[in-house]
Every structure is written in structure tokens, then in C-alpha cells.
Design a protein around this ligand. Sequence first.
Ligand code: NAP
Length: 351
Amino acid sequence: MARTVRVLLLGFGRVGSAFAALVEERRADLRLRQGLDVRIVGIATSRAAWRGEGPSVGGLLEQVRGGVAFEALPGVACGWDGRRSIEAIDADVVVEAVAAGLADGEPSLTHLRVALGQGRHVATATKAALVRHYAALRALARQNGVHLRFGAATAAALPTVDFARACLAGATIERIEGVLNGTTNFILTRMARAGLAYAEALAEAQRLGIAEPDPSLDVGGWDTACKLVLMANDVWDAGLTLDDVEVEGIAAVSSPDLADAARAGRALKLVGRLERGSDGIAASVGPTALALDHPLGRLEGSEKGVTFWTDTLGQITVSGGQSAPRGAAAALLRDVVHIFTGPWDGPGPEG
Ligand SMILES: NC(=O)c1ccc[n+]([C@@H]2O[C@H](COP(=O)([O-])OP(=O)(O)OC[C@H]3O[C@@H](n4cnc5c(N)ncnc54)[C@H](OP(=O)(O)O)[C@@H]3O)[C@@H](O)[C@H]2O)c1
């Protein structure tokens, strides 16, 4: 018999709605292959919440895709937000896909504190609160005997922290390098392959919906820096913050820089680096000329990748993964499945 998993979904934007669609699509498969009966019992945005009444999740998705505003749908209560929904809707796991500010982590910080404090497992795609408050949030999860998973926030479809925990278990990870941001890799690839100037490649990425209208977090290297902080804190318990990362973005990269790299048999990539030394963890982000036979040097377009150096398993690279919101939604679903079919990748609730 399948185990029922009641999901409260926070955020019904690009990633949240893709997650709801994926759960609908995969329900039978999840039952059959994972023994999980995953049911969305609530969906909250910043202004309204659906609490399992009225239309089904499939019906909600159809109407929202047809242009009806979420808060105008029957069964949707206005004036609710994520926090109120966590407090009022009984669920086994809170799945979070909300936009949050890097400065204070809100509203994600409140969501995570309230959900973990109430003994709910959490899977989140939102980095902001974790970047500043990971140690405290993890401690709260452990006190309450629940999992806090964030694979979707750490390069989404590309397995990074999940891969380290599951597949590198028992080895010591000494160094990590990653091309962790698809937008910047797309821009650098278009500059190198089509001879576009930085501004032209950025404009193309924005036209294709690859870059955000405000691309500063991506092109400034901050998105990569956030992912490094999350990885270092998960892998090494490093207590790293964004202030510990040296960050340089790609805005100053010019066509001659790319041409010089190509003549030297290299490709310029925005590389995030973590290295464990006797003084702690050195963390940096910056444009780097990688040899073409380097596994990350070959990544094209919005592809991402990460290389781990370990003492016993050698050097291992994972690359690829879908960059779109559906990939992030699938990473959230992967985390939900792992929470309920673990504990293959501890540390679990008891630390
Ligand atoms: N897009 C991607 O491919 C991707 C990949 C990996 C990670 N992420 C991360 O996933 C998160 C969501 O991204 P997205 O692209 O789906 O953003 P989005 O389309 O802007 O959607 C954000 C959602 O968050 C909701 N929200 C904001 N404040 C809330 C609150 N207090 N309570 C409940 N819901 C609230 C918004 O509701 P309203 O409409 O009412 O404001 C909206 O439904 C972000 O943190 C992003 O960095 C995104």
C-alpha cells in the first residue's frame, strides 16, 4: 500500500506551477515506483491560498493557464499567504518555490522557521534564507526530527548536494569546482561561438527567457556564490556566508578575452571554486579559462556542471540537467521522494 504524502505548496509561479503539474502527471508512477501517494493539499501565493476545496489541482492549473488569476478561482481564499497557510493547513511536507530577497531571506526565512518548528519536512527551491541562516535552520530541523532539503536551490536539476551526500559518501571531498549558472554560460557561449558582444548576448538571453529582466544576480556571479555557500555548508559544515566568497561576474568579459582563450585552446567559463585547506574553505567565483579537455570546459549554452575532487573516489564530474522551471520542479519532487524513501543520504533528522 502506498504511503500518503500531503504536500503544502508555497508559490504558484513558474516553478510552483510546474511542480503541481509534475505531481499530477507522475501520480501513478510515484505510487508504483516509489510507493508514495503524493497529494497536494494546499497551494499558497503571497495573496491567496487554495485549501483543497473546489477545483482539483488539475482544474486549478487549467484555469490559471487559461488566464484566470489564481485568487479569482473558486475555492481560493484571498488574504492568505505562505505563513498563514503553513499554520492552518495540515501537511507532511512544505514545498517552497517563492521569490525571496537576498538581504533578509524573507518571506522564505519565516516559512522555513514556522514549517520546521511545526515538525514539517521542507523541500525548497529558494536560496535566500539558506544562504544567511543555514546552520540555525538545520539545527531547527534536527530538533524537530524533520528533513530540510534544498537540492532545487543548489543548481536545480543538476545534482550537487544530493550527489555529494549519496554518491560520495565515505570519501573526503577536498575541492569542488562548478559552472553553476546556466544564464552566464549561455552568454559566454554565444559570445565565443557567434562573436556577439556581451550586451548583445545578454539581450538574446533575455529575449529567449533564459536571463531575467534584471540579470544582476546571475551576471554579477552572486547566484553562483549562493550555490557555493549552500554546498560548502552542506558538504563541510563550513559556516560560510556570502561575505566569505570572492565574487567577480562576467560583465567585463570582452570578445578579445574569449578569442585569446580560444587561441590558447581554452574556453572562458564563470567558475565557482571551493577548496578546503588548513585555514578553512577558500571560496571564489570568477571568469576562468578552462582547457577544452577539462570536463567543465566543454559545457555549452545553458548547461551546468560540477566537479568534485575526493581522496578515495578520485575526480568526478556531473553535468547537464534541464535549466527551465520544470527542471527545478523536478528537483523539488526528487527531494520529496528522498525525504520519504530515505534515509539513504543522511544526516537525517537526528543529525
Ligand atoms: N525559475 C527557475 O528556473 C528556478 C530554478 C531554481 C530555483 N528557483 C527559485 O525558485 C523560487 C521561485 O522561482 P519562480 O521562477 O517560480 O518565481 P515566480 O514565478 O516569481 O513565482 C514566485 C511565487 O512566489 C509567491 N510568493 C511570494 N511571496 C510569497 C509568500 N509570502 N507566501 C506564499 N507565496 C509567495 C508568488 O506569489 P504572488 O504571485 O502572489 O507574488 C509567486 O507565486 C525563487 O526563489 C527562485 O530563485 C527558480
